[in-house]
Design a protein. Structure first.
Length: 441
């Protein structure tokens, strides 16, 4: 049986996000076809403990966990007075925390989130898109594990893209590009109040870094055909670049009743620490909601997902109609009877939340960016709007037309069954691995 190693920058448990669910479904399928190992990067000891849950579920999978947080530093320097040195370290950490709090109050604060016209710049990943040095212990650990006889090594997410420089040459290496960073940087820069020369420089340097890092992998997997074509153009080649969607196993909706939205109840689903989601909520509260008020349109907006807590006061002040729900156990039942909103303006890849909504028999309104790579059409399967007025008008239109809600839900369901069958997507990924294993070095 061929051996594959997955390297990811987190412990994908519990299964409370589309990304975690997609990784779980992939490994749960592949482990019956190949000998699977997974190397996790855990930031804390508590996060590392989550691996135990996966070990209970997957007895046939080998786990490697690097833990960033340790009780004692392995390479502690020689000091005159260890106790005094330890006290100084704690004092330093305390001061740094206090300094960060002060910085939050001037740049990234909740006070500025809606008032700052250039808040996208404040939250942009552009300054962090060039290589950031890894913990040397982590690189040593990855190198050691990677040289233990794998046939395929797959690295996922931009945070780990530079690992291609240390992987063995006699192995088929894959990078799964969940979100093309240069595309996200372009999207964010387009929302800056003004693009400075330093922004252009940072963008081009980061784009060059991404290009060079991708050259270190023998194969690249994108989540959508749109991203595959972008990568082919970006890298100047078509070969060894594949489109293979992430997979979330949908429960059968054959018994799920369509419940129309009759109370102007709108929902948004997304983790707030992922900036494209936060930007979507801010756009709603800052621009779309004021237009709805001018139209005397009364409604409620429920935001599902963690990560908005520190912004709650400001979001509620700007938009009293908003309710920050947090995590919900049964997303399908919660979404029913609502119209889902996907006002995404930033990023690339596949919006798994849209497939969740379709599976839940919920009509949705999205932007072209939110729908990128998913083959749904405006007025047929959903409504698409790319500016403030059009998006607000779409909300009013769909909430007032129960028959249109029903038509969109049924059309989207039929299309998803034909195009996004989870088993077919899993089989497609396996066929990619099978093809890769036939390649000559």
């Amino acid at each position: 049986m061929k051996k594959i190693l997955f390297i990811i920058p987190c412990v994908p448990y519990p299964l409370n996000s589309g990304g975690n669910q997609a990784f779980f479904q992939m490994v749960d399928y592949i482990r019956h076809k190949m000998s699977v190992s997974v190397l996790f990067y855990a930031w804390t000891i508590d996060e590392a403990k989550r691996v135990e849950k996966l070990e209970d579920l997957w007895e046939d999978v080998d786990f490697y966990t690097f833990v960033k947080e340790t009780k004692e530093e392995p390479d502690s320097p020689l000091v005159r007075n260890p106790f005094y040195y330890k006290w100084l370290k704690k004092l330093k950490m305390s001061i740094e925390r206090k300094m960060r709090r002060q910085l939050l109050s001037t740049s990234n604060s909740t006070v500025d989130l809606l008032k700052d016209k250039d808040f996208v710049r404040e939250k942009s990943v552009l300054p962090n898109s060039v290589y950031k040095e890894f913990d040397t212990r982590y690189i040593d650990y990855v190198t050691k594990v990677a040289h233990t006889g794998f046939d395929i090594i797959q690295v996922e997410f931009y945070e780990l893209i530079a690992l291609g420089y240390v992987l063995p040459q006699n192995v088929q290496t894959i990078f799964v590009h969940h979100e093309l960073r240069y595309i996200r940087n372009e999207n964010e820069m387009n929302l800056f109040q003004a693009i400075r020369p330093s922004d252009r420089m940072n963008f081009l340097v980061a784009k060059d870094f991404e290009w060079n890092a991708l050259q270190k992998y023998k194969h690249i997997i994108a989540l959508t055909e749109v991203d595959r074509l972008l990568l082919a153009s970006y890298l100047g080649r078509e070969d060894h670049i594949y489109a293979s969607p992430a997979v979330v196993k949908f429960e059968s909706n054959s018994e799920t009743e369509f419940i129309p939205c009759v109370h102007r109840r709108f929902t948004f689903v997304g983790y707030g620490e992922h900036f494209p989601n936060l930007d979507a909520v801010v756009w709603l509260c800052k621009e779309i909601v004021p237009y709805l008020r001018k139209c005397n349109f009364e409604f409620t907006l429920q935001v599902v997902g963690m990560g908005y807590e520190r912004y709650s006061a400001e979001l509620r002040t700007a938009c009293p109609e908003i309710e920050l729900v947090g995590f919900v156990e049964n997303l399908t039942s919660f979404l029913q009877g609502s119209i889902a909103l996907v006002p995404i303006r930033i990023g690339s890849g596949m919006r798994m939340k849209i497939l969740d909504m379709v599976s839940s028999n919920v009509p949705f309104i999205t932007t072209s960016k939110g729908l990128e790579g998913i083959h749904f059409s405006d007025g047929v399967d959903c409504l698409i709007a790319d500016n403030t007025v059009d998006f607000a008008d779409a909300m009013i239109k769909l909430s007032n037309d129960l028959e249109l809600q029903k038509i969109l839900v049924h059309q989207a369901n039929d299309k998803m069954k034909n195009m996004y069958n989870p088993q077919e997507m899993l089989d497609r990924r396996l066929s990619v691995y099978t093809s890769i294993l036939k390649d000559e070095f």
